[in-house]
Design a protein around this ligand. Structure first.
Ligand code: ADP
Ligand code: ASP
Ligand code: MG
Length: 417
């Protein structure tokens, strides 16, 4: 038997590779991991700000640009970083080679702009790693069935990294970013947020899906399905290369690996929300189908829904979508006005969704009530509520975001000592 060498996927996000000095620092981190006796594959994001700029170019030429060409443009950010990091590694004596999605290949479906990964052929990468070379892989991109470049949706390099970790049978996927782990809430808005040493896949999945952008939702979904061990840690901290006995960041794990379960694991907020009220609709069977049918046909994702009926037999249907879907939602509802027969359409995109998440909610009542009481004590009006087994979300006016998150963080006893 050969002794097994640990295999690690290291992923570096935009701020971690923001400029040439940062890329040098990342190369040094990779070198340390290699020197600690691991096989290493690296996944990189575009340098911070680059993807936004490229998206802006596409939008300014045409709001309804071709999604294939959008992918051809925005995938270039990661191509640049992968080449630069390979050069930086070679310059300090580490054998390295850049890889684009199509070269691996990392195959996806044809949903340009938000493609899903199908299969990854890890054979060539494994061969190189065994020979002592570090593959530096452009994250966020793959190749579609027609051979064209695809991208995986914003924040998609996390998903590239987790998918590669699964394909390469890596022992761990280390996600290096600009904070030193997963916190009870966004440490940028709550100074007393507490770092979690461990969090369950389920809780992280729920937190990501309601707005905690530290990991892309799909990356957590994939990690859970493929049983990939994921660690989130800082690329800005010094220190030795992480090893199984010394993991400085936050680990995403199975529920049974956590001994002391908290009632609430974390709080997230999403500003990417818009509220639509379809008012004064005759209350009759089929009205929900009449409203949501056209929205589905227009590819609008609806999230929270509430219906309220007055004594006059007219009903109001209020729901939320993402800000980017708002214009399309309005257009399709206006087109269906004769069928729905609503009195008026009112929209508001100055709203935020605040969510509390925790597996402890399954067995404890009262989490929702604490949320409602805390917000009412601060005079914050709740506009829409939705719940799932391990989550409660409310929609409130955007101006109260920080106040609400901080008050809830204290109310659930999450503040750091
Ligand atoms: P990267 O460019 O490395 O992918 P992102 O900006 O996508 O980094 O994600 C890191 C950011 O996620 C942090 O800077 C932090 O503001 C934010 N964040 C939101 N919620 C959390 C949370 N619960 N724990 C840690 N960071 C969070
Ligand atoms: N560069 C891409 C983005 O900004 C992917 C990523 O960073 O994960 O969305
Ligand atoms: Mg990210």
């Amino acid at each position: 038997m050969f002794p097994t060498v640990p295999r690690i996927v290291m992923k570096f996000g935009g701020t971690s590779v923001a400029d040439i000095d940062r890329i040098r620092a990342v190369a040094e981190k990779v070198r340390k991991q290699v020197m600690s006796g691991c096989e290493v594959a690296v996944v990189v994001s575009a340098m911070s700000g680059v993807t936004n700029r490229l998206v802006g170019y596409c939008q300014s030429l045409s709001a309804l640009h071709d999604a294939r060409e959008y992918d051809a443009v925005v995938a270039t950010g990661e191509q640049v970083t992968s080449g630069l990091l390979a050069i930086a590694l070679q310059a300090i004596g580490v054998d390295a080679r850049s890889w684009q999605g199509w070269q691996i290949p990392l195959n996806t479906d044809d949903a340009h702009g938000k493609a899903r990964i199908g299969s990854i052929n890890g054979a060539a990468l494994i061969e190189r790693m065994r020979a002592g070379q570090v593959p530096v892989i452009a994250g966020f991109q793959g190749v579609g069935p027609d051979g064209r470049i695809t991208t995986l949706g914003r924040g998609g390099s996390d998903t590239s990294a987790v998918a590669l970790a699964a394909a390469l049978k890596a022992d761990r996927c280390d996600i290096y970013t600009d904070v030193d782990g997963i916190y009870t809430t966004d440490p940028r808005i709550v100074a007393r947020a507490r770092k979690l040493n461990k969090i369950t896949y389920e809780e992280m999945l729920e937190l990501a899906s309601v707005g905690a952008k530290v990991l892309q939702t799909r990356s957590v979904e994939l990690a859970m399905k493929e049983r990939v061990r994921v660690q989130v840690l800082s690329s800005f901290a010094d220190g030795p290369a992480p090893s199984e006995g010394n993991l400085p960041g936050s680990l995403v794990v199975d529920e049974d690996e956590i001994v002391e379960k908290e009632l609430v694991a974390g709080i997230a907020y999403s500003r990417d929300e818009a509220k639509i009220s379809v008012r004064r609709v005759p209350d009759r069977p089929g009205i929900a189908a009449a409203i949501f049918g056209p929205l589905t046909a227009a590819n609008v994702n609806v999230d929270m829904i509430v219906q309220s009926t007055g004594a006059d037999g007219l009903t109001n249907m209020t729901f939320t979508t993402s800000k980017s879907d708002l214009a399309r939602a309005i257009q399709s509802l206006e087109q269906a006005r004769d069928i729905i027969q609503y009195g008026e359409l009112v929209t508001d995109d100055d709203v935020v969704k605040i969510s509390v998440v925790g597996v402890g909610m399954r067995s404890h009542a009262g989490v929702a009530n604490t949320m409602f009481r805390t917000l009412s004590d601060r005079n914050i009006n709740i506009q829409v509520i939705s719940t799932s087994e391990i989550k409660v979300s409310v929609l409130i006016a955007a101006e109260y975001t920080e106040l609400a998150v901080r008050a809830l963080h204290t109310a659930y006893g999450l503040d750091a000592a």
